[in-house]
Design a protein around this ligand. Structure first.
Ligand code: RB5
Length: 150
């Protein structure tokens, strides 16, 4: 299950992503917003990321105007590693190397075609583990306030 969320600026792209996921037979849960009326991105980020951290959803895909504000909010939810991506390479390697569990996209930055390519590669790229796991552990140590270097 993929958690989806957006503010008003990201709402049109979220609707396109829903169509894409339906075509691919991928289940999703839409945590809002549900209309193009003004809606603050932090609310959508918190709801969708809670859906990931509860285990109901595997990953989140979030949209706002730039992809940045909603990624900042998402990264405040413990356990979330959100990446705002505007290019294919970043969307691939934020999975392969950062084990990102949340992709953030900017409706005012990306065309729908590229955005859906980023969704596809994000959903289909596995985390490589190995040396990258050490770095993920360090990120999570920062979140927990643990000492991880001398
Ligand atoms: C909303 O106008 C806009 O500021 C928001 O969608 C986003 O781009 C913030 O990062």
């Amino acid at each position: 299950m993929i958690a989806l969320g957006s503010d008003h600026a990201g709402f049109p792209l979220k609707e396109e992503i829903k169509k894409y996921l339906e075509e691919k037979g991928i289940a999703y849960k839409d945590y809002g917003c549900y209309t193009p009326e003004r809606f603050d991105y932090a609310i959508a980020a918190k709801k969708a990321c809670d859906g990931v951290m509860s285990g109901e959803c595997e990953k989140a895909i979030l949209c706002c105007g730039t992809g940045i504000g909603i990624s900042m909010a998402a990264n405040k939810v413990k356990g979330i590693r959100a990446a705002a991506c505007s290019d294919y390479f970043s969307a691939k390697y934020t999975r392969a190397h950062n084990d990102a569990n949340c992709l953030c996209l900017g409706d005012r930055v990306l065309g729908v075609g590229l955005a859906l390519e980023l969704v596809e590669v994000f959903l289909n790229t596995e985390f490589e583990g190995g040396r990258h796991q050490t770095r993920i552990d360090q990120i999570m140590a920062i979140e927990k306030g643990e000492k991880f270097f001398d």
